[in-house]
Design a protein around this ligand. Structure first.
Ligand SMILES: [Zn+2]
Length: 411
């Protein structure tokens, strides 16, 4: 990668190089273990002109999304999150019965069904054939397309301009950030609103969440770089909300630049925090790389010491991001015998790259290991509760991030 995908600058500084890893959702079936496994560099860089953090787009969204396995409606917390969002958006934008709402990357219609329920006209634009079909079955009109300036203009020509365009959990997943933003502008009415939720680089850096860097996330936004990205398509940020989702996200409210007016005081507040964290010079990023290296050293030291003492360590969870951590640290079954997951699709499969077996959760109680390494460490409180049964044999929980901690659970 020689140029910033947002501003075209060649001034890209290395933030952290996590080595080469397979795509994080490519869990291996047993009959694939003797075959080669492609690995792609996972090197985060930041543009020192527009401060967009980015990785090279080596895996296309087409590969990720055509047959996407994630159905948002399976998660009750997401459905509730969507219901609250729709209620708030109706109020903020003042959506009446004649309004029109478009959601980009609308998944299985988990959000738009709340718009349908309110009798408001809507359309989902969703690239995955299978999840888009599920949305139509649930009564949510859905077009199977990737958003581009052309598809945005075609939707506007056929359905009219949208009073509200929603793009949640997609703005990091599209390598053509300028074309996508132009597509949003093509969809939205000249006096309309655009709402975007995306992971916040500030919390990623502050809380050491480097395992959320993976090939499907092409860029990582501060509010400062999001302002630049929105402007590339003719949109202006007017307000921002900080959300706890995905370890820390931002909800951006933008409007066509001609009608946007002055941004809210909240925008200035978050920009000040980002600046204080060193994210508009190289200091904040330089320190991050050192902290990532320490996570690896501390976790490996712990696992090696446990192995030397003859103690057993198994994993809990096989989330995609766990694979960034396992691959970056170079952990193999000699240090982590297996991991368990609640998703039956993963049982009998192996983690990509590191080839650690994935078993059903019951295996932990059967084997009574000395330690359980929690890979979805961000669900710390929930999992301390859920895994409290390890106290029965004196087992302990290990959380690798934000820094290594060993937790003795109580009955
Ligand atoms: Zn740039």
């Amino acid at each position: 990668m020689t140029r910033c995908r947002l501003c075209g600058s060649a001034a890209l500084a290395s933030v952290v190089d996590l080595g080469a890893t397979p795509p994080c959702e490519s869990f291996l079936a047993a009959d694939r273990l003797d075959r080669p496994e492609p690995a792609y560099p996972l090197h985060l860089r930041v543009c020192t002109d527009c401060w967009l953090a980015q990785i090279p787009p080596l895996i296309t969204p087409e590969e990720t999304f055509q047959e996407y396995a994630y159905f948002s409606s399976y998660s009750t917390s997401w459905v509730e999150h969507a219901r609250t969002f729709v209620a708030g958006a109706v109020e903020r934008v003042g959506l009446g019965s004649d309004a029109f709402v478009v959601e980009v990357a609308s998944n299985d219609g988990y959000l738009l069904r709340h718009v349908v329920d309110r009798g408001i006209r809507c359309l989902g634009v969703e690239p995955s054939v299978n999840v888009g079909a599920a949305a139509r079955d649930a009564g949510v009109p859905t077009l199977t397309e990737f958003l581009s300036p052309e598809t945005g203009a075609a939707v506007r020509a056929e359905h009219g301009p949208a009073d509200l365009v929603v793009a949640n959990n997609v703005y990091a997943h599209i390598p053509d950030v300028v074309g996508f933003t132009e597509g949003l502008r093509a969809l939205v009415a000249d006096d309309g609103w655009v709402s975007i939720e995306v992971q916040h680089l500030l919390t990623l850096i502050e809380e050491n969440q480097y395992d959320t860097i993976y090939h499907e996330h092409f860029q990582y936004y501060t509010v400062a770089s999001a302002i630049r990205a929105l402007a590339s398509g003719g949109l202006t940020l007017v307000d921002v909300e900080l959300l706890p989702t995905h370890g820390g996200s931002i909800r951006l409210w933008a409007r066509p630049s001609e009608v946007a007016g002055e941004p809210s005081s909240r925008v200035a507040e978050v920009l000040d925090r980002e600046k204080a964290a060193g994210l508009q010079d190289l200091s904040g990023y330089a320190e991050f790389s050192a902290r990532v290296a320490k996570v690896r050293r501390d976790l490996l030291r712990f696992l090696i010491d446990a192995a030397e003492r003859g103690e057993t360590v198994v994993g809990y969870g096989a989330p995609g991001k766990g694979n960034t951590l396992l691959n970056h640290c170079g952990i193999r079954p000699d240090l982590l015998a297996y991991t368990v997951d609640r998703n039956p699709y993963k049982h009998g499969r192996f983690t990509p790259g590191t080839r650690i077996p994935i078993l059903p959760p019951e295996q932990i109680a059967a084997d009574r290991p000395d330690y359980v390494l929690v890979l979805p460490w961000n669900l710390r409180d929930e999992l301390i509760e859920q895994l409290s049964f390890v106290h029965e044999w004196g087992g302990r929980l290990v959380f690798p991030i934000p820094e290594l901690s060993v937790v003795e659970v109580k009955a």
